[in-house]
Design a protein around this ligand. Structure first.
Ligand code: CO
Length: 478
């Protein structure tokens, strides 16, 4: 009898990054992580995601932890497991495009401090905004034999996003020199049968490994993984059960059990996973008790499928409408969102495009006239400062919002004038605080927050108290 070809699916465990970013506003401290690292290291995960995204900002701002120190401690503990981070293309982990020398330095220090796989994405899927980070990773790989550049496509729905579009993007990513592709479905929009079609179409255009990242928000995620794995996806992103489901990922143990005895069998030890879950369960209870984990984010939110709007964007919108005492306009705003999205070239809705489109839709509805007023960010989007959208923007809207202005067709760093090296200037600005090269990069991304952290660190070391400017910043986007 012919033996069935085995094709074990890999699992990337997200509990140390996305899972706690999604469920407890990125507040898991290093001291909770470290005691379980030795066990996690024995599972045989494809990788553990533990850094990047909002973890960097949250560490400095709320936890008063040096994110670089966290990374080094995790690296020390994970002797056999690859560590992965999330990287916002030319924006690195911050909220504006940086010059290439800062991107290069950040990639280099990330790998030097312990990262193996860098997942790089752009909110418009403008691949030019990802090229420098990919190049930087490849340089280090050539030199040191470590480093893996994964390009993540922000998954979304709309006229422009056909199977051909995604398949063509897969081909382009391979040509860019990336090592793997991720489909990043931040809203949980990818349905099971669509996932199978999508993976099949992409696999026809590329031989690169494909990883699927989704969120449980809409309730379909485990089924989506099942169909995607059957269609040949190589790695799926899951979270250990106490930090799974809701707005987080499908549960690791459930997916492991699902594929047991099939060609996709992960081979992971369910007892070992149970010990890891037992470790995190009391911390979850604590988070629920303290209110850090809001039970609202734990259920299924089917509206995310109905309106194709990420869960986080919906809750932002509700609170903005509440502030304006205009909750009765909820439905009008929901209907306005797809129109605004079309007007600005149908971008994916992910940080920061989700906030830009959502806020503009609220303006359009509440002011009684579309584009009577526009936010600075919406104008920047129309100006091309974030890069290029898949579809052309509405010329009438451009003429009304930014009449006569010059629009850019360059990648974001050039469109916003970050063409000259800027690391030396940044270093000169902060040199009184510098204890390690990495401090310059923390400051480059979050000048105010990093300075506060440096003051805090100095106070810890000297015992002299300091006043922090930004201790309880509530405006922090999670
Ligand atoms: Co995610």
């Amino acid at each position: 009898m012919a033996e069935i070809t085995k094709k074990p699916v890999g699992i990337m465990e997200t509990v140390l990054r996305d899972a706690h970013q999604s469920l407890i506003a990125t507040r898991m401290p290093t001291e909770i992580m470290l005691p379980i690292v030795e066990k996690m290291d024995k599972v045989g995960y494809h990788a553990v995601e533990c850094w990047g995204g909002a973890t960097f900002d949250a560490s400095l701002r709320f936890l008063k932890e040096d994110p670089w120190e966290r990374l080094r401690k995790l690296r020390d503990g994970f002797k056999n497991t690859k560590l992965q981070m999330l990287f916002r293309g030319q924006n690195i982990l911050g909220y504006r495009p940086y010059a290439d020398d800062v991107v290069d330095a950040f990639v280099e220090k990330s790998i030097a401090n312990g990262i193996d796989i860098i997942r790089i994405f752009d909110c418009l899927n403008d691949l030019r905004n990802l090229q420098e980070a990919v190049n930087a990773t490849n340089e280090i790989k050539k030199r040191e034999g470590r480093g893996h550049a994964q390009i993540a496509l922000s998954y979304t729905l709309g006229d422009a996003y056909t199977l051909e579009y995604w398949a063509d993007m897969a081909k382009k990513i391979e040509e860019m020199g990336a090592d793997s592709i991720c489909i990043k479905d931040m809203a949980g929009l990818l349905l099971p049968y669509r996932a199978a079609e999508l993976i099949k179409a992409m696999k026809e255009q590329t031989s690169l490994p494909i990883q699927l990242h989704t969120h449980y928000t809409s309730g379909v995620a485990s089924m989506t993984y099942l169909k995607a794995v059957e269609a040949g996806v190589d790695v799926i992103d899951c979270a250990i059960s106490p930090f799974a489901l809701g707005t987080s990922q499908p549960a690791t143990e459930v997916m492991v059990e699902t594929f047991k005895g099939t060609p996709y069998d992960t081979g992971y030890d369910q007892n070992l996973l149970a010990e890891i879950a037992d470790y995190f369960a009391p911390y979850r209870d604590e988070c629920i008790k303290s209110g850090l984990m809001n039970t609202k984010v734990l259920g299924v939110n089917i509206k995310t499928l109905l309106y194709q709007v990420p869960g986080g964007m919906l809750s932002n919108m509700v609170s903005q409408l509440k502030e304006q005492k205009a909750e009765n306009r909820y439905r009008d705003v929901l209907e306005e969102i797809p129109r605004v999205r079309k007007d600005c070239g149908e971008p994916p809705l992910v940080t920061p495009s989700s906030q830009i489109v959502g806020t503009q839709a609220i303006f359009n509805v509440l002011l009684g006239e579309r584009y009577k007023m526009a936010t600075g960010e919406f104008k920047d989007l129309l100006r091309g400062n974030y890069g290029q959208t898949v579809k052309p923007m509405n010329q009438e809207v451009i003429d009304k919002v930014i009449p006569g202005e010059k629009r850019s067709t360059a990648r974001s760093a050039e469109a916003t004038g970050h063409t000259e090296p800027e690391l030396a200037t940044i270093e000169a600005e902060m040199k009184e605080w510098k204890k390690q090269d990495e401090d310059v990069l923390s400051y480059a991304l979050f000048p105010q927050v990093a300075t506060d952290f440096f003051k805090y660190r100095q106070a810890q070391e000297t015992g002299v108290d300091v006043k922090l400017a930004d201790k309880d910043n509530k405006a922090y986007p999670v």
